[in-house]
Design a binder for this molecule. Structure first.
Ligand SMILES: CCCCC/C=C\C/C=C\C/C=C\C/C=C\C/C=C/C(=O)SCCNC(=O)CCNC(=O)[C@H](O)C(C)(C)COP(=O)(O)OP(=O)(O)OC[C@H]1O[C@@H](n2cnc3c(N)ncnc32)[C@H](O)[C@@H]1OP(=O)(O)O
Ligand SMILES: Cc1cc2nc3c(=O)[nH]c(=O)nc-3n(C[C@H](O)[C@H](O)[C@H](O)COP(=O)(O)OP(=O)(O)OC[C@H]3O[C@@H](n4cnc5c(N)ncnc54)[C@H](O)[C@@H]3O)c2cc1C
Length: 572
């Protein structure tokens, strides 16, 4: 993934060719269509963009305005941008790099609209890279980060494409214009589910990068006096520095393991779907949407914690942390804005809760919802036992899902329409969904450290990291656990003191734990996080290369400062 994020140089980028365009062909094209386009894409004989989002719509896919109208007389689709807001806007590579795009458009045939479907459209000449007739292209301008990627815009003025350019693995339009229904209308969204799943690994890698940089730098940086007269300590000796960095380090491992589960689930469920069994699709969508939302949000916040923990040098681009933050911030919006994605997970949880209330035994990642007892059993819990910690997170999530669902039922009993009841409970629903995903991440972390094939000494360190991650979550969200008495104040105090012990326990292994991510300096692109630790010499070399240092006296002196100084001195 990191390699795919490397751009080919300023101003162009083929990230989306690899992570969105090519997978869309793999997942949505027929075997015939794959023969025509897949190898071209895999060999980069064509370069593609995934053109779905428009200036006026990103989240609400059913609201997209681009149209694909079937003309049976020529057996072609006519792709058109009817309004300014229908302009495709944001797709990576669309501005200057791609010569093809999968375009998501409202399909019309025989005067009826069948909703959003994907169409293969050539947008630039393969001879001279000029836009094809009827296609207007451009870059959307500078962004917060990743300005090496030409996120672009595209407008289509009645561009004609052959019928065979509709990606027809699931839905089809026959030559006479007959529409053939897919097994599920949401299969057109399958590429988004796949990409959200890969974002979990992107988040893990980003947080692994940030913690590698910050932990290594915190061993190089010495500052202040812990005891009068003693040498300045490594800043990683301060408990506050450990409290900032080690929960992020633990989260990086937790998300890395969660991405393993996500990849395995995606493979197995899509494998079943290939055989016509769609039963896993809803769980896959809910899990990928929730994990994407949760891991990218925690990662973006965590990278900024790492940046701040590195002081002024963390704020310099020499650290690599501002760029990482900008990239991770993009992951919170791209591929489904986080709030909307977490609401999709909440929608699934409410549905599962109702099924459980009706006596259905739940399975998969929501099985705990029917197994967890509503009545809290207060008492002195062993807050260092992973089973106890997992059970606490599951109880919290089950309680919050139940509370949100019952609130919604109450609103509807007062006469509110379901949609209004949903909206008036959506903050509760989001928090419940976040608690659900958090409990999944904790459970998966615990199960992984207990089963992964490693040396027992490594298992001991990973177990401490899992305890640290869980205890940090409990102390940060203590109110959720105290609310129904499931945990007592004494339990929370025990969790806090055990967390402090875990910080000290992880300290000796901190550098080994980040080295284990095996992120080469060329990937980290950070003077502070260099493997050899030679920060200061390279910081000086890095600064000297700043464009401002090309001349001793910058031209701006002669243009602005000199006359300004002169006129001020003349007034003295
Ligand atoms: C290594 C370090 C990396 C660090 C980062 C460094 C650099 C990166 C920097 C820059 C790069 C950043 C990003 C680049 C990567 C990717 C580029 C981004 C690409 C894109 O953004 S592509 C466009 C993405 N757009 C979206 O995701 C749109 C989101 N909206 C939707 O998916 C849908 O509109 C919706 C929100 C799900 C609603 O759909 P709708 O049809 O209205 O359905 P509902 O009415 O809400 O529900 C009906 C029903 O359907 C079920 N459902 C919905 N979606 C799915 C699905 N996908 N699969 C299965 N089922 C689905 C839903 O659950 C409901 O079911 P019910 O049973 O409850 O009825
Ligand atoms: C770096 C980057 C790369 C991208 N690459 C691509 C790409 O390659 N291809 C592509 O097609 N798109 C791409 N996108 C676009 C991306 O998919 C959209 O930005 C994203 O889907 C969000 O849609 P939007 O921007 O229209 O925001 P909106 O949907 O307008 O959301 C704005 C706000 O409204 C809130 N909101 C919207 N709907 C609801 C709701 N139902 N309930 C509660 N709150 C709601 C959201 O939570 C959000 O806070 C990219 C975006 C970025 C930032």
């Amino acid at each position: 993934m990191a390699a795919a994020l490397q751009t080919l140089g300023g101003g162009i980028g083929i990230t989306l060719h690899w992570i969105a365009f090519t997978p869309t062909i793999e997942q949505q094209a027929t075997e015939e269509q794959k023969k025509k386009w897949l190898k071209l894409a895999q060999d980069v004989a064509i370069v593609g963009a995934y053109a779905q989002t428009e200036m006026g719509h990103g989240t609400f896919v059913r609201g997209l305005e681009t149209t694909a109208t079937y003309d049976p007389s020529t057996q072609e689709f006519v792709i058109n941008s009817p309004t300014l807001t229908s302009t495709k806007w944001w797709p990576g590579g669309l501005g200057k790099t791609a010569n093809h795009a999968t375009v998501m458009a409202q399909l019309y045939t025989r005067g009826k609209c069948y909703g959003p479907h994907n169409f293969m459209v050539q947008i630039r000449s393969l001879e001279n890279h000029q836009p094809c007739p009827g296609v207007t292209l451009g870059d959307i301008g500078p962004k917060m980060e990743s300005n090496g990627n030409d996120n672009g815009f595209a407008r289509f003025d009645h561009v004609r494409i052959p019928r065979e350019n509709m990606l027809m693995k699931f839905a089809r339009v026959e030559a006479d214009g007959t529409y053939v229904q897919p097994p599920s209308s949401k299969l057109a969204y399958s590429n988004m589910v796949y990409l959200r799943g890969t974002f979990v690994m992107s988040a893990a890698q980003a947080l692994a990068s940030a913690t590698t940089i910050a932990v290594r730098y915190s061993c190089v940086r010495r500052q202040s006096e812990m005891k009068p007269g003693e040498p300045e300590p490594q800043i990683l000796e301060y408990q506050t520095q450990q409290y900032k960095l080690f929960p992020q380090l633990a989260a990086a491992y937790a998300f890395w393991f969660a991405s393993w589960f996500m990849t395995q689930q995606h493979g197995s469920i899509t494998g079943s779907m290939e055989k016509g069994d769609m039963s896993g699709l809803a769980e896959l969508h809910a899990l990928s949407a929730g994990l994407k939302s949760y891991t990218t949000a925690v990662t973006a916040r965590g990278i900024d914690v790492c940046r701040m923990a590195c002081g002024g040098h963390g704020y310099s681009h020499a650290s690599g942390l501002p760029a990482l933050f900008g990239g991770a911030a993009a992951l919170c919006t791209a591929e489904g804005e986080n709030t909307v994605m977490m609401l999709q997970t909440a929608r699934y949880l409410v549905k599962c809760f109702a099924q459980s209330q009706a006596g259905k035994r739940l399975t998969g990642t929501v099985a705990y919802l029917s197994a967890v007892q509503p009545s809290p059993v207060a008492g002195n819990r062993n807050m260092s036992d992973l089973g106890t910690l997992v059970a606490a997170f599951q109880h919290r999530a089950a309680r919050m899902v139940r509370h949100a669902a019952m609130q919604m039922q109450g609103e509807m009993q007062k006469g509110k329409a379901r949609e209004d009841a949903w909206n008036s409970c959506s903050v509760l629903l989001i928090k419940a969904a976040e608690a659900h995903v958090h409990s999944f991440v904790v459970r998966n972390f615990a199960e992984t450290v207990q089963t992964v094939e490693v040396d027992e000494s490594v298992r001991a360190v990973l177990t401490s990291l899992c305890q640290l991650y869980s205890l940090y979550g409990i102390t940060e969200h203590a109110g959720d656990f105290l609310k129904d008495g499931y945990l007592t104040g004494r339990d929370i105090d025990a969790a806090s003191s055990h967390l402090s012990a875990m910080l000290a326990r992880v300290r000796p292994d901190a550098v080994a734990l980040v080295d284990a991510f095996d992120l080469h300096d060329k990937i980290l692109r950070s003077v502070l996080g260099r493997y050899d630790g030679r920060v200061y010499e390279h910081l000086y070399e890095w600064a000297k290369k700043s464009p401002l240092n090309k001349s001793e006296v910058h031209e701006s002196y002669y243009k602005y400062l000199q006359p300004f100084l002169k006129s001020n001195r003349a007034k003295l």
